[in-house]
Design a protein. Structure first.
Length: 310
C-alpha cells in the first residue's frame, strides 16, 4: 500500500522541465477533473511546483480552483492561438505550489478553428514549452472527447493517466482511447507513456465495483494503480467551494486517496525512470469490447504524417 506519507517526495536534482501528465478518457464523468485537480494539488503539496492545465471548454477544473471563468482575461485558448500569451493567461498560486492555466468556453471554438491551422496538434506543447521549466509536473485535464484539444493534450504530454469509473461499462470505449494513444505515439509523439489506469468512484460495499476492478486489473494488469479513489461526497463537494480536497477536508477518505495516488505515482517513477512504455493489455476482458467497437477507428484529425499507418 502507498500511504500518503510514503516516499521522500521530490528528488533534489529537478529535471530540466516538468513531467507532463494528460488525464484523459473520452467517456464523460469518469473523474478526470476531480483527479486532475486533486492529483495536481497532492503533487504540489509534496514540494515541487505544479501547473494544472484546463483543456476543457466546460472549464470545470478552473471552477474547481475557485476561478470565475466569465471574468477571466486570457485562458488556454489564447495560449493555443499564440504561444507567448501563456504567461498572461497563467494564474499563480491558486493553491499551495499550484498554478493554473485556466480553461474557458472559447475553447469550444478552438476545436473548430484549429482544424485548418498550421501545426494544429502541437499548439499546447509550444505554449507549455515556454513555461514548464518552472514546474516539476504539469497536469492536463482533458475534455470528454477525442478532438483536436485532447489531441493537443496527448501530443504535449509525456504520459497519459486514464481514470476509469468502477461502474458498469467501465471499459466501454477504452479500445478507441488506446487506439488514439497508439496513433499519437506513431505519428506525433513517440515518447508518450502510460502513467497508469486509475479506478475512480469505487464503492467498497458494492460487489459490482469489485467485479469491475477485477476486470480492469485483468485487462490492464500492473498498469492499474494500486491506489483506488473511493466514492466520496467530500470529493464531489469540494469544487463548489473552489478548493482542492486537501483544503476542504484533509481528513476525508478522498484526500487520503489522492495523497496516496501522488505517492504511488512518484514511487513508480523512481522504479521506472524513463523509456517509452507500450500500452499492454492482456486481452482477457470478458465483455465484448470488440463487438460494438471494432469498426469505430478514432475519427481524429491525425494528419497522415510519415510513419502513420492507415
Ligand atoms: N470519487 C468520487 N466520489 C464522488 N463523486 C465523485 C468522485 N469523483 C468525481 N465525482 C463527481 O462525479 C462527477 C464527474 O466527475 P468529474 O467532473 O471529475 O468527471 P470528468 O471525467 O472530468 O467529467 P467530464 O467528462 O464531464 O469532464 C462530478 O460531479 C464529481 O464531483
Ligand atoms: Mg472534466
Amino acid at each position: 500500500m502507498f500511504s500518503p506519507e510514503s516516499g521522500t517526495g521530490f528528488s533534489a536534482a529537478a529535471p530540466a522541465r516538468a513531467r507532463r501528465i494528460a488525464v484523459c478518457n473520452q467517456k464523460g464523468g469518469v473523474g478526470k477533473t476531480t483527479t486532475s485537480v486533486n492529483l495536481a494539488a497532492a503533487l504540489a503539496r509534496r514540494g515541487g511546483r505544479v501547473l494544472l492545465v484546463d483543456l476543457d471548454p466546460q472549464a470545470h477544473a478552473t471552477l474547481g480552483l475557485g476561478v470565475d471563468r466569465t471574468k477571466l482575461g486570457a485562458s488556454v485558448y489564447e495560449a493555443l492561438n499564440e504561444a507567448q500569451r501563456v504567461e498572461e493567461a497563467l494564474l499563480r498560486d491558486r493553491a499551495e505550489n499550484l498554478d493554473l492555466l485556466p480553461g474557458a468556453i472559447d475553447l469550444a471554438a478552438a476545436e473548430v478553428e484549429l482544424v485548418d491551422a498550421e501545426d494544429r496538434e502541437n499548439r499546447l506543447g509550444r505554449a507549455l514549452g515556454l513555461v514548464d521549466r518552472e514546474y516539476r509536473f504539469v497536469v492536463i485535464d482533458c475534455a470528454p472527447s477525442l478532438g483536436i484539444l485532447t489531441l493537443n493534450g496527448l501530443v504535449a504530454a509525456d504520459s497519459v493517466l486514464v481514470p476509469v469509473q468502477a461502474e458498469y461499462y467501465a471499459l466501454e470505449g477504452i479500445s478507441r482511447l488506446l487506439e488514439t494513444i497508439n496513433r499519437v505515439r506513431r505519428a506525433l509523439n513517440p515518447r508518450l507513456e502510460v502513467e497508469g489506469v486509475l479506478l475512480t468512484m469505487y464503492s467498497t460495499r458494492l460487489t459490482l465495483a469489485r467485479q469491475v476492478a477485477e476486470e480492469v486489473r485483468g485487462f490492464f494488469g500492473e498498469q492499474v494503480f494500486e491506489t483506488v479513489i473511493p466514492r466520496s461526497v467530500r470529493l464531489a463537494e469540494a469544487p463548489s467551494f473552489g478548493r482542492p480536497i486537501f483544503e476542504y477536508d484533509g481528513q476525508s477518505a478522498g484526500a487520503q486517496a489522492y495523497a496516496a495516488l501522488a505517492a504511488e505515482l512518484l514511487a513508480r517513477r523512481r522504479m521506472r525512470p524513463d523509456g517509452t512504455q507500450e500500452i499492454r493489455t492482456t486481452g482477457t476482458r470478458s465483455g465484448g469490447e470488440g463487438a460494438g467497437e471494432q469498426e469505430h477507428s478514432p475519427r481524429l484529425s491525425v494528419p497522415a504524417t510519415e510513419g502513420e499507418e492507415g
